[in-house]
Design a protein. Structure first.
Length: 235
């Protein structure tokens, strides 16, 4: 009779090895996503004031003082707490634009790039939909816009560039001059705004970002320049 014990031992060791690799991968993933950039106090204070702000599931909706028919869906940057973008969106909604901030799974927009699909029916009064985001959030917003051009009127990218086949004429690209590694990926010039002295992180309120130069202007100054250009582009 043939002895199958060695074969069974090999299979057992293989199964144990696969389980160990999966366990290590899962553990590594959760360690990775647990280390993220948190919103600063200025951002949290806006939520605390709760002036025309509504939270619906994974959405934080900022309504303008005078309701309109135009909205911006915003995807946060990778590993950044979504609330960090409340200050810049608060200023955009002052321009009469409803802003919908999406809280992404594990703070990574790549896991829900189609999040916009669930938003339209929640705000039936909106007729003009814009989508945008920061960094990876911008890339995922661009990917969604490229696949849904019949739904998206315009694309707004902060510290990001067009990802997918979306018209340059309907895209506003904004980045800081200290975020110069972005330039090699931008092969278009229309509707491109370079904020002198700006960096990558200051579009949000989450402090310094690893590998990002400090820049020579404040977070507020960078956001104000971005907001002026966004409102002009949308209006």
């Amino acid at each position: 009779m043939q002895n199958n014990k060695p074969k069974k031992n090999i299979i057992k060791k293989l199964i144990i090895g696969i389980i160990a690799v999966i366990a290590l991968s899962v553990t590594g993933f959760f360690i990775y996503v647990a280390d993220y950039y948190h919103a600063d106090q200025a951002a949290l204070d806006i939520l605390k004031e709760n002036q025309n702000i509504e939270i619906k599931d994974n959405l934080t909706i900022l309504y303008p003082e005078i309701p309109g028919d135009t909205a911006l869906i915003f995807y946060p940057g990778a590993k950044v707490e979504s609330l960090a973008y409340l200050p810049i969106l608060d200023k955009i909604r002052d321009g009469g634009i409803t802003c919908i901030l999406v809280d992404m799974p594990f703070n990574l927009a790549i896991f829900d790039s189609d999040a916009s699909e669930e938003i339209y029916q929640k705000l039936p009064e909106i007729k003009n939909w814009y989508i945008g985001g920061h960094s990876m959030g911008g890339a995922m917003a661009s990917s969604y816009a490229a696949k849904n051009q019949d739904k998206v009127k315009g694309l707004i990218l902060l510290g990001a560039y067009i990802y997918g086949d979306y018209p340059v004429s309907k895209t506003l690209t904004i980045y800081g001059s200290f975020n110069n590694n972005l330039e090699k990926n931008i092969d278009y010039t229309e509707n491109v705004v370079v904020i002198q002295g700006g960096n990558h992180a200051k579009f949000g309120n989450y402090g310094a970002q690893k590998g990002d130069p400090e820049g020579t202007i404040t977070t507020e100054e960078q956001q104000n320049i971005a907001v002026d250009n966004i409102v002009d582009f949308v209006k």
